[in-house]
Design a protein around this ligand. Structure first.
Ligand SMILES: CC(C)(COP(=O)(O)OP(=O)(O)OC[C@H]1O[C@@H](n2cnc3c(N)ncnc32)[C@H](O)[C@@H]1OP(=O)(O)O)[C@@H](O)C(=O)NCCC(=O)NCCS
Length: 185
């Protein structure tokens, strides 16, 4: 039986969502540099961009007590990416908000890991953090991510489409869609 790590926050059948460790940097930098994983971002991350993101996540954990969690397979303790709840660091048309997000290494796609972890995060958000609503947003063309939103019971907001404030309006990824989830106590 695998030992549950003491920094675990959310547990599912197959996954542990836990705080970040120094040793996550290399595998995280590797998946962030993969163009398949970063297809719906302006560009894959350089190593310094991964470092900067980890610094921001650390600050969010200190400030809010949560952010995207490092995600590992229970069976092997392999780090496979992140899933979690996060307060965006910039204004959006629906701010203030708490978002749910995910990014997994390509080798682990298609096994339902993102929906499994995300379902547990929605529950954690409502029951443990006392959130009333959680949103998700992605580029309109990111069908894979939208499938996860649909599979975990989020609702597409037909009035929610927006141009991403960090991208120029003629960027091919500019158009974003918004999904909402009302938390249960
Ligand atoms: C979005 C993501 C987290 C989905 O994780 P996952 O654990 O593979 O989720 P699922 O197994 O439920 O698969 C979701 C959809 O991805 C697609 N998919 C699954 N495996 C795939 C593969 N190997 N290759 C291409 N597409 C695949 C399918 O459309 C699937 O939907 P379906 O179950 O209705 O067929 C993952 O694709 C990812 O990390 N993508 C890159 C990062 C990203 O775009 N994050 C969201 C930014 S807002």
């Amino acid at each position: 039986v695998a030992q549950l790590s003491s920094d675990a926050v959310v547990e599912t059948n197959r996954l542990i969502l836990r705080h970040w460790r120094e040793t996550d940097f290399e595998p995280f930098a590797k998946l962030n540099a993969d163009p398949r994983v970063m297809e719906y971002f302006p560009a894959p991350f350089r190593r310094d961009e991964t470092k900067a993101m980890l610094k921001v996540l650390k600050e969010k954990f200190q400030k809010f007590g949560y952010s995207f969690w490092a995600t590992e397979l229970k069976a092997t303790q392999e780090f496979i990416g992140f899933v979690g709840l996060n307060i965006p660091g910039y204004d959006l048309p629906f701010s203030p908000c708490v978002e749910i997000g995910w990014r997994l290494s390509f080798a682990h796609w298609g096994k339902g890991y993102a929906p499994e972890a995300a379902t547990a995060c929605l529950e954690h958000g409502g029951r443990t953090l006392g959130l009333k609503e959680i949103v998700a947003f992605t580029a309109e063309s990111n069908v894979r991510s939208r499938r996860v939103m649909e599979k975990i019971g989020m609702r597409y907001d037909a009035h929610g489409d927006f141009s991403h404030p960090k991208l120029s309006s003629d960027h091919p990824l500019s158009r974003h869609v918004l999904y909402r989830f009302r938390c249960q106590k």
